[in-house]
Design a protein around this ligand. Structure first.
Ligand code: C2E
Ligand code: CA
Ligand code: CA
Ligand code: CA
Length: 278
């Protein structure tokens, strides 16, 4: 806002003030929600492109605020990151997800589940030890735990990032590169980073019907990822056309509303056991 504008000052300010208040409130209440384990984890199934069966899932945090209702992680995750709560939040989600993995194992329908890791968490000195200890304590088979990292988390310090990824993979964790196609995606990083899976962002998928060249780009991206022995997950698939295209492009897994939205644990377990039976 510039002094020369004729905007009604009070209105302008109150808008900003209420935004700032909302942020302050979210920050304060999130801390409490983390401490009281009031956060929930939902699971979005990932479907095999050819068999159409559920073969994996992504854990996504959910927060049902007692007065404000559901608050999107797109709103509170950045606040958690800026205010130093992302580690505590990440630990809660990690442990809850391991408990779900344990239930899957007991039911004989284990699938790998991905957990989003904030960059501060990943770059913490004892991250690898903490993960290994927690998985041992919860008695979960490590190969079912996949860690999702974004490029920004990995590239803030490429050398350290690669070292941590190597150690995680030595222990048996699987690693996915999240949101590929946003930000500064550079193909050269794909060669340098020790990864198991590439997740192609919804932004790419949304271009499909709008731009013919994006079809070529996506097909080649899938082919190149396969050359590098990376499994390809396509995110945000919502239409039959997009599903058909991913079959044609020979992507491996589809994660999108076309098949499933993120589901509460019990519902996830129900659709998963139906999918593995059928
Ligand atoms: P993300 O990691 O890229 O997760 C995928 C997001 O896309 C999820 O949003 C999911 O619900 C949504 N999505 C999946 N399929 C579709 C689709 O077909 N159409 C559309 N429109 N959306 C789809 P969500 O759950 O709101 O999470 C938003 C972001 O918040 C995540 O993006 C991730 O960056 C962050 N986040 C969520 N849970 C966690 C967590 O436990 N830890 C951390 N560090 N970040 C998290
Ligand atoms: Ca993710
Ligand atoms: Ca993503
Ligand atoms: Ca995203």
């Amino acid at each position: 806002a510039q002094a020369s504008t004729s905007k009604p000052v009070a209105l302008y300010n109150s808008d900003h003030a209420s935004q700032a208040l909302r942020r302050i409130r979210i920050e304060a209440d999130l801390k409490e929600a983390i401490d009281q384990q009031a956060l929930n984890v939902h699971f979005q199934p990932q479907v095999n492109v050819s068999s159409k069966k559920i073969v994996a899932a992504e854990a996504l945090v959910r927060w049902n605020h007692p007065e404000m209702g559901m608050i999107s992680p797109a709103e509170f995750i950045p606040i958690a990151e800026e205010s130093g709560m992302i580690v505590a939040l990440g630990e809660v989600v990690f442990v809850k997800t391991l408990k779900t993995l344990k239930s899957l194992d007991a039911l004989g329908c284990s699938v790998p589940v991905s957990i989003n890791i904030g960059s501060d968490h990943f770059l913490m000195g004892n991250f690898v030890e903490w993960c290994v200890n927690t998985v041992e304590k919860e008695q979960v088979a490590i190969q079912f735990v996949k860690l999702e990292l974004t490029e920004s988390a990995l590239l803030s310090s490429l050398e350290d990032g690669v070292r941590v990824l190597d150690r995680l993979r030595e222990q048996g964790f699987k690693i996915a590169l999240d949101d590929f196609g946003t930000g500064y995606s550079s193909l050269s990083y794909l060669l340098e980073l020790p990864l198991d899976q590439l997740k192609i962002d919804k932004q790419f998928v949304d271009m499909l019907s709008k731009d013919k060249r994006s079809e070529k780009l996506l097909s080649h991206l899938v082919g190149m990822a396969h050359e590098l022995e990376l499994q390809v997950v396509v995110e945000g698939v919502e239409s039959e056309f997009q599903v058909a295209f991913m079959e044609h492009a020979e992507a491996d897994l589809i994660q999108g509303y076309y098949y499933y939205k993120p589901l509460p644990q019990d519902e996830f377990i129900r659709v998963l056991s139906e999918s593995t039976e059928g």
